[in-house]
Design a protein around this ligand. Structure first.
Ligand code: CO8
Length: 264
């Protein structure tokens, strides 16, 4: 729909931000379309999501500078909140989201990638938070998520200097997990999504929640979050089948089978 496409393939979905004429920059309409697509995902049927950008040059080249250029203080705050609310929806979607960063991931583009669970990128990708060069701060969570992902010192250097970094540096500092030639990126993302989708979905969702919620609190509270979610898995059929399969395998290696987890 509109500026954002969604294709469901087997047990995962591919969301593509599709405004290549502006390097997939995020204006209000793109954000609205993205929110509608995210709200429409059936997280029981689909077990993982890939987020990418249309074209060969850009993932997302940031928030739309033309649209932002005339904002008042109140409008700037409202635009920041609009993006933040949508990015939090991505971050807290019950199922994993993989960013397949196929080119420029600047400003809001780097920020949306950071709201995903996992980032993989093309060797040609470029990352950066160029906002201070435009007279603003990062406004879609960049000051917060970059520091959490790559550490305060590196985040401050990237944000204060507004210097873009190449994919190999993004890999070195842990901003992305892996690099691929551009033509192999989507294949790698789909393989990763399929691997995740083949595991017990209730357990995968519980892991996402445990990690996301746990990193926000102290370790004593965090391990209790894990305990509760761990316990909840024992109410699932998938736990019974997953463990029974292992035990059958132990008795008789010929009984090895791939478990068809049913999300129950
Ligand atoms: N906004 C609007 N249009 C854009 C953007 C953008 N962020 N990026 C690229 N475009 C447009 C260009 O204007 C151009 O349009 P046209 O053909 O109509 O002139 C088209 O995309 C192609 O771009 P270029 O010709 O510039 O392509 P180049 O290959 O020469 O350069 C770059 C590519 C280096 C990516 C360059 O386009 C660029 O520097 N873009 C801006 C990158 C940037 O600064 N991004 C950060 C924006 S600020 C931000 O994201 C803040 C997020 C939080 C907002 C909070 C709100 C309160």
């Amino acid at each position: 729909m509109g500026f954002v496409n969604c294709e469901v393939k087997d047990k995962y979905a591919i969301i593509t931000i599709n405004r290549p004429e502006a390097l997939n920059a995020l204006n209000s309409q793109v954000l609205d379309d993205l929110e509608a697509v995210i709200d429409g995902i059936d997280t029981n049927a689909v077990r993982a999501v890939i987020l990418t950008g249309a074209g060969e040059k850009s993932f997302v080249a940031g928030a739309d500078i033309g649209e932002m250029s005339t904002l008042t203080k109140a409008e700037g705050e409202a635009f920041g909140k609009k993006g933040n609310d949508i990015f939090r929806k991505i971050e807290t979607l019950p199922i994993p989201v993989i960013a397949a960063v196929n080119g420029f991931a600047l400003g809001g583009g780097c920020e949306i990638a950071m709201s995903c669970d996992i980032r993989i990128a093309a060797e040609s990708a470029v990352f950066g938070q160029p906002e201070v060069g435009l007279g603003i701060t990062p406004g879609f969570g960049g000051t917060q998520r970059l520091a959490r992902l790559v550490g305060e010192g590196m985040a401050k250097q990237m944000i204060y200097t507004a210097r873009n970094i190449k994919a190999d540096e993004a890999l070195r500092i842990g901003l992305v997990n892996a690099l691929y030639p551009l033509e192999e990126l989507m294949g790698a993302a789909e393989k990763l999504a399929s691997t995740i989708a083949a595991n017990a979905p209730i357990a995968v969702r519980a892991c996402k929640k445990a990690i996301n919620d746990g990193v926000q609190v102290d370790i004593d509270k965090a391990i209790v979050i894990e305990e509760k979610l761990f316990g909840s898995c024992f109410e699932s059929e998938d736990q019974k089948e997953g463990m029974a399969n292992f035990l059958r395998k132990k008795d008789d290696p010929k009984k090895v089978k791939v478990v068809d987890f049913q999300n129950r």
